[in-house]
Design a binder for this molecule. Structure first.
Ligand code: PLP
Length: 365
C-alpha cells in the first residue's frame, strides 16, 4: 500500500470510495496492461486481452454472490435509471399489472417510469413516517397474476434497508440493489432479476449489472428496440455493442479485492462493524444525534441522521469538511447528514467519523 498518498475520508453516496489497492493496481497497469504495450482502455472489446477481463468479471460475480445455475450476468449502460424503464418494457404485458413496494425516492422513480409503460400498483408503502422503515413482509399485497413485484433493497437517501426478502410464491421478484449489492450474502434464487448501477459498491459509474433468471428472460417481450431488450445482452455475452470496457475492468479489480477480503461473509462482517461504530454513537448521544431510520430497518450502507436544528447541522457539516470528511451532507431532498459507508470505505474512516461525532457533541452540548 502506498502510504504517502493522502486519502480523504470519503462518505460520498455514489460515485463513492474505491479500494486504494484497486486504484493502485489500475494505476500500475494503466499504460501497459499485461505486457501488451497498451492500456486496457485502448484494447478492442473483441480482442483476447479484454475478453479475459470481461469473462473474469462475470465469473467473479457468480462466485461471490453464489449465483445459481440458470442465471445470466449482464453488463449494460444507462445506469439503474434506465432499468426503471427496461424492466416494464420487457416484463409488463398489457394484460397484467406490476406491483411496486415504495420505500423511498428511487422506488417512486421506478414506479413513475413503469406507469408510463403499463399498469402498476403500490403493493406496500413506507411513505408515512417519511420512509423511515421497510413495510412488514406480510403487509405486501399482490396476487398470483401480478407481472412482477419490484423492491428497492437499500434506500440510499433515507438510509433504510431490507433485512429479509419476501417469498413471492411464483410471482417474479425484481430488486434494485444499486446501493447494497455485494455488501452481504443474499439468496439470489429468490429473485427473477436484480439490477445495480456500479458506482457504489462495484466500481466506477458507467456499468449496470443485471442478474436475470433464464426462464424469466424467456418471458420478455420480443418487440422493442434491440438495445432495450435483455435478450440482446444475454445472447451476445454483453458484447453486442461496445461495452464500457474500462468500467468492467475496474469492476473486475474490485471483485478480486472483495475475494481477498473474505468474500461476502468477510465484507458483511466488516460492514456490520463499521455501521455499529456510527449507530452506537447516535444511540448513546441522548438525542443529540437523531437517526432517521427505525432501528429494525437501518441500512449498513447509508447512515442518515439529524442534529437538533439546521444551524447545528450546518456547523457540524462545515467543521467536518474542514477536518477532511467528504460527502456527509444528506441528500438534497431530505437534508440532514448521511454517511455512506460502502464496502470500500475503510474501517479507519468510520472510526475517524465516530471520533469527530463524539468531539462535536462534547463541544456543543
Ligand atoms: C437505489 C438507487 N437506485 C437507482 C439509482 C439511480 O442510479 P443511476 O444514477 O445509476 O441511474 C440510485 C442512485 O443513487 C440509487 O441509489
Amino acid at each position: 500500500m502506498n502510504n504517502s498518498v493522502k486519502r480523504a475520508h470519503n462518505f460520498n453516496a455514489g460515485p463513492a470510495a474505491l479500494p486504494l489497492a484497486v486504484l493502485e493496481k489500475a494505476q500500475a497497469e494503466l499504460l501497459d496492461f499485461n505486457d501488451t504495450g497498451m492500456s486496457i482502455m485502448e484494447h478492442s472489446h473483441r480482442g483476447n486481452a479484454y475478453e479475459i477481463v470481461h469473462n473474469r468479471a462475470i465469473e467473479l460475480l457468480k462466485e461471490l454472490l453464489s449465483i445459481p445455475e440458470g442465471y445470466e450476468v449482464l453488463f449494460l449502460q444507462g445506469g439503474a435509471s434506465l432499468q426503471f424503464s427496461m424492466v416494464p418494457m420487457n416484463f409488463l404485458p398489457a394484460d397484467k399489472k406490476a406491483g411496486y413496494v415504495m420505500t423511498g425516492v428511487w422506488s417512486e422513480k421506478a414506479y413513475a417510469e413503469a406507469e408510463k409503460l403499463g399498469e402498476v400498483f403500490v403493493a406496500a408503502t413506507a411513505k408515512e413516517g417519511n420512509y423511515c422503515q421497510i413495510p412488514a413482509l406480510k403487509e405486501i399485497n399482490y396476487d398470483a397474476d401480478t407481472a412482477y413485484l419490484h423492491i428497492t433493497s437499500n434506500n440510499t437517501i433515507y438510509g433504510t434497508q431490507w433485512h429479509a426478502f419476501p417469498n413471492t410464491d411464483g410471482v417474479s421478484l425484481i430488486a434494485d440493489m444499486s446501493s447494497d449489492i455485494l455488501s452481504c450474502p443474499i439468496d439470489v434464487s429468490k429473485f427473477a432479476l436484480i439490477y445495480a448501477g456500479a458506482q457504489k459498491n462495484i466500481g466506477p459509474s458507467g456499468v449496470t449489472v443485471v442478474i436475470i433468471r433464464r426462464d424469466f428472460l424467456e418471458q420478455a417481450r420480443k418487440k422493442g428496440p434491440t438495445m432495450l431488450q435483455y435478450a440482446t445482452f444475454a445472447k451476445h455475452n454483453s458484447l453486442y455493442n461496445t461495452p464500457p470496457t474500462f468500467g468492467i475492468y475496474m469492476m473486475k479489480l474490485v471483485l478480486e479485492w472483495m475475494k481477498g477480503e473474505g468474500g461476502l461473509p468477510g465484507i458483511y462482517k466488516r460492514n456490520q462493524e463499521k455501521a455499529a461504530l456510527i449507530y452506537d454513537i447516535i444511540d448513546a448521544s441522548n438525542g443529540f444525534y437523531k437517526g432517521h431510520a427505525q432501528q429494525s430497518a437501518r441500512s449498513l450502507m447509508n447512515v442518515t441522521f439529524r442534529l437538533a436544528d439546521e444551524n447545528l447541522e450546518k456547523k457540524f457539516l462545515e467543521q467536518a469538511k474542514q477536518a477532511g470528511f467528504v460527502g456527509l451532507n444528506g441528500h438534497r431532498l431530505v437534508g440532514g447528514c448521511r454517511a455512506s459507508i460502502y464496502n470500500a470505505v475503510p474501517y479507519e474512516s468510520c472510526q475517524a467519523l465516530r471520533d469527530y461525532m463524539l468531539a462535536f457533541q462534547k463541544e456543543n452540548s
